[in-house]
Design a protein around this ligand. Structure first.
Ligand SMILES: [Ca+2]
Ligand SMILES: [Ca+2]
Length: 273
C-alpha cells in the first residue's frame, strides 16, 4: 500500500474509532440521579430523556439477552436502606427542532453496581472481554448483547483482559408497563397490567450505588423483527423516597389518641348520675 493511501486509511480508522464509542458505550453522563436518603422525603426528576428503540428492555427478557445500546443507563446512590419509588413515563417533546415521540411501553430494571466510568474506558457489548464472557456463559454467538432485564449480568471495556475486570450488575428489581400482550411471555416479569405509557414501582433497597436501565417493553421476537432499532423515544424518570412514619410522628399520633380517649372518658364520667 502506498504511504499516502495508508496514512489516509489510518486517519479514517482513527476518526471512526473516535466517534463510534460515544454512541454505543454505557455512560451515566447527564444521567446521574444523585444521592438520595430514604429516611427523608426527596424527589428527583429527569425529563426529556430518549432511548433508541421501543424493545430494548423486552429483548433482555429472552434467552439471547439484549443489546445494551437499546437502553439508557442512569445511576444513583442511597445513603441509607429504605423504600424508593421509581416512576418512568413515556413523554413527547421537541429536541432541537425534532419532535420526539413517547416511549409507549416503558420498563426499567435496577441493579446493584455500576459500569466503568471515565477516566476508565467505557463498557460495551462487543468488547473482547464482554464477547468472551457471553460466549462462555450463554453459548458461542448465542447473544444479542450483554443486557438481562430479569437477572444479573456482566459487561466489560476494551481494557478488560479477564472476567474479574468485568462490571457486575446484580438485579434487585424491575417493572414493565402493560402485560404479556406487549412485553412477551418470559416468566417472572412484574407487569403493572395497564398499558398506559407509565410504570411505577416501589422497591426496598439497601444503601449503596445503583444502576437503573430504562428501555422499551414492546417484545417482537428473538431477532426483534418488526422493531424499530433506530428511532428516538422520549420518557421521564422520577425517583421518590418513601420514608417510614418517624418515631416522632408516631408519638404525636399516640398523644392525640390518648387526648381523645381521655376527653371521652371524662365526658362519660361527668354524665353519669
Ligand atoms: Ca433478545
Ligand atoms: Ca402502566
Amino acid at each position: 500500500m502506498k504511504p499516502r493511501i495508508k496514512n489516509s486509511l489510518g486517519l479514517l480508522l482513527g476518526w471512526l474509532g473516535m466517534i463510534s464509542p460515544c454512541q454505543s458505550h454505557i455512560s451515566y453522563v447527564s444521567r446521574d440521579l444523585g444521592s438520595l436518603d430514604p429516611l427523608h422525603p426527596q424527589v428527583v426528576v429527569l425529563s426529556s430523556q430518549t432511548v433508541t428503540s421501543d424493545f430494548g428492555w423486552a429483548s433482555g427478557t429472552d434467552p439471547n439477552l439484549g443489546d445494551s445500546h437499546k437502553l439508557r443507563a442512569f445511576k444513583f446512590f442511597l445513603s441509607n436502606p429504605g423504600d424508593l419509588q421509581i416512576r418512568v413515563e413515556g413523554l413527547s417533546f421537541i429536541k432541537g427542532s425534532l419532535p420526539i415521540s413517547p416511549l409507549l411501553r416503558p420498563a426499567f430494571s435496577v441493579y446493584q453496581g455500576l459500569a466503568h466510568e471515565a477516566p476508565a474506558a467505557l463498557d460495551h457489548d462487543s468488547s473482547v472481554i464482554s464477547a468472551l464472557y457471553n460466549d462462555t456463559a450463554y453459548g458461542v454467538g448465542n447473544w444479542q448483547g450483554s443486557f438481562r432485564s430479569l437477572g444479573d449480568w456482566k459487561i466489560g471495556n476494551d481494557d478488560g483482559s479477564s472476567f474479574s475486570d468485568l462490571s457486575s450488575f446484580t438485579h434487585v428489581g424491575h417493572a414493565a408497563d402493560g402485560s404479556a400482550a406487549n412485553y412477551g411471555a418470559a416468566a417472572g416479569i412484574f407487569g403493572d397490567g395497564n398499558a398506559d405509557g407509565m410504570v411505577v414501582r416501589t422497591l426496598s433497597l439497601n444503601s449503596g450505588f445503583y444502576s437503573l436501565f430504562i428501555g422499551g417493553a414492546q417484545y417482537y421476537d428473538l431477532l426483534n423483527t418488526g422493531g424499530d432499532a433506530t428511532g428516538s423515544y422520549g420518557f421521564s424518570v422520577t425517583l421518590t423516597t418513601i420514608p417510614e412514619p418517624s418515631s416522632s410522628g408516631l408519638f404525636v399520633a399516640s398523644a392525640a389518641l390518648a387526648l381523645v380517649l381521655r376527653r371521652r372518658f371524662s365526658s362519660g364520667r361527668s354524665s353519669t348520675p
